[in-house]
Design a protein around this ligand. Structure first.
Ligand SMILES: [Zn+2]
Ligand SMILES: [Zn+2]
Length: 68
C-alpha cells in the first residue's frame, strides 16, 4: 500500500494516523491522539461531547444589561 501520501489537511506533512471517524489520513499535527480523530472531527465531536462547553445559553454570566 502507499503509505507515502501526505496529510489530507495540510497536504505537506507525512501521514501519521487515520481518523477514526472520517478515515482521513492526517499528520500528527492534525490528528488528535486523545480522540483518535482528525482535528476536523475532533472539533466537531469534542465540542459538545465532554468537558466544558465554552459558549451556550447555559451561562447566565451577564446578569443584567444583556439585551440583544
Ligand atoms: Zn497535516
Ligand atoms: Zn476526521
Amino acid at each position: 500500500m502507499s503509505v507515502s501520501s501526505p496529510c489530507e489537511i495540510c497536504a505537506t506533512a507525512d501521514v501519521e494516523a487515520a481518523c477514526d471517524r472520517c478515515g482521513k489520513l492526517v499528520c500528527s499535527r492534525h490528528y488528535d491522539e486523545e480522540l483518535g480523530l482528525c482535528i476536523e472531527c475532533a472539533a466537531d465531536v469534542g465540542e459538545d461531547d465532554r468537558e466544558n462547553i465554552p459558549n451556550s445559553e447555559d451561562m447566565p454570566d451577564g446578569v443584567d444589561t444583556y439585551q440583544f
